[in-house]
Design a protein around this ligand. Structure first.
Ligand code: PMP
Length: 369
């Protein structure tokens, strides 16, 4: 059919997504490389069995049990007290959480502001909600200063400011002090004298280095600050699709208006709660991945590559005359990484010891070092 009334701004566009290829070493979408342990697998299976007989009914629309568990997890992970059910929202991946934020606070005539290079899905939420997408560049060393952000906020009057910390694809985190300055300024930088909603995307927060804080510490003082998280990365739960946020109850209340009813299935709620009950066991694995990240950065440096300091479970490295040729050479050797970020750079996720060894061997071969 040739005369579909496709929205003019969608004509000719390709769907978002990294290649999903069947190769031995998948290091391209920042997943946790470890499958659930037998203990977690048993708990998840039991949780599904428990919920099966209820599947003729719609799930708990407010997912109160899951929200309470997420609040408890955040308190344990960050040491921040005082978060309750009313502060938590969740959806099918932080992708959907972010879309809810755009649906509630963006829209025609409104601006969302971010700093590039950053997560490449952000402009799609803006497009899908008819929100103007405005960006400014991060510093040449991939950091971002509060002053730069605040100056752009005053100029653009954004309803939403998106700050990924650690940032994807650079791995760079913002300091809590910088976020606090930005959140304080945001009280009056939004449309028509309103505040800007400052969204700190902490998808990779659990991998942050010693000394890097979380924006969760600031929530009690800044009612228009939102901190998003996900179970896709540190939690090794990308296949489940469970993202969430912590914010003031007033923010959560607005998101309840725009969500589809019953957006989190009973199965999703049950398996997420089962995994959260085993969160303690994840700490050792996350610590190991952090160590593997630091080893990889050191190895890349020793072999003459430039790396960007990373607080996440991936590393941006370069520089390559022809990065596509390097990406393809690695793929030919069974190692899939991501061609993203600044020209001349590539991004690799931290995998198992075996995967990292395969990556190192392939990279030396491809680059002739
Ligand atoms: N934010 C950032 C910065 C990401 O890199 C990703 C995933 N690549 C997401 C959000 C979305 O993750 P999910 O929808 O799986 O929670």
């Amino acid at each position: 059919m040739t005369n579909l009334p496709i929205r003019p701004d969608l004509r000719g566009l390709e769907p978002y997504g990294a290649p999903q290829l069947d190769v031995p070493h998948l290091l391209n979408v920042n997943e946790n490389p470890y499958e659930p342990t037998p203990e977690v697998e048993a708990a998840i299976t039991a949780a599904v069995t428990d919920v099966v007989h209820t599947l003729n009914r719609y799930p708990d629309r407010e997912f109160a049990g899951l929200r309470a568990d997420l609040a408890a997890y955040l308190a344990a992970e960050s040491g921040v007290r005082g978060l309750g059910v009313e502060n938590i929202w969740a959806a099918n991946g932080s992708n959907e959480v972010m879309l809810h934020l755009f649906q509630a606070f963006g829209g025609p005539g409104r601006v969302a502001l971010s700093f590039t290079p950053t997560y490449s899905m952000y402009p799609e939420y803006a497009r899908d909600t008819f929100t103007a997408w405005v960006t400014a560049e991060r510093n040449a060393d991939h950091t971002l200063d509060a002053d730069t952000v605040i100056a752009r906020m005053r100029a653009e009057r954004p309803a939403l400011v998106l700050l990924a910390s650690p940032n994807n694809p650079t791995g760079t985190a913002l300091s809590v002090a910088a976020i606090e300055e930005i959140a304080a300024a945001a009280r009056t930088t939004g449309p028509e004298g309103a505040a800007s909603v400052v969204v700190v995307d902490e998808a990779y927060a659990e991998f942050r280095r010693e000394g890097t804080g979380s924006a969760l510490e600031l929530l009690a003082r800044h009612p228009h600050l939102v901190v998003t998280r996900t179970m896709s990365k540190a939690f090794a739960f990308a296949g489940v699709r469970l993202g969430y946020l912590a914010a003031a109850p007033q923010v959560v209340d607005v998101l309840r208006i725009v969500r589809l009813p019953y957006h989190l299935s009973a199965v999703t709620q049950a398996v997420a709660r089962a995994a959260l009950a085993h969160a303690g066991g994840l700490q050792a694995q996350v610590a190991e991945l952090r160590g593997a990240r630091d080893d990889l950065a050191a190895w890349l440096g020793e072999n003459g590559f430039t790396t960007v300091d990373s607080d996440a479970n991936f590393i941006l490295f370069g520089e390559f005359e022809d990065r596509h040729a390097v990406w393809q050479g690695l793929l030919d050797r069974g190692v899939l990484i991501r061609e993203t970020g600044p020209e001349r750079y590539l991004r690799v996720s931290v995998g198992t010891g075996e995967q990292m060894a395969a990556f190192r061997t392939a990279l030396l071969e491809v680059t002739g070092r």
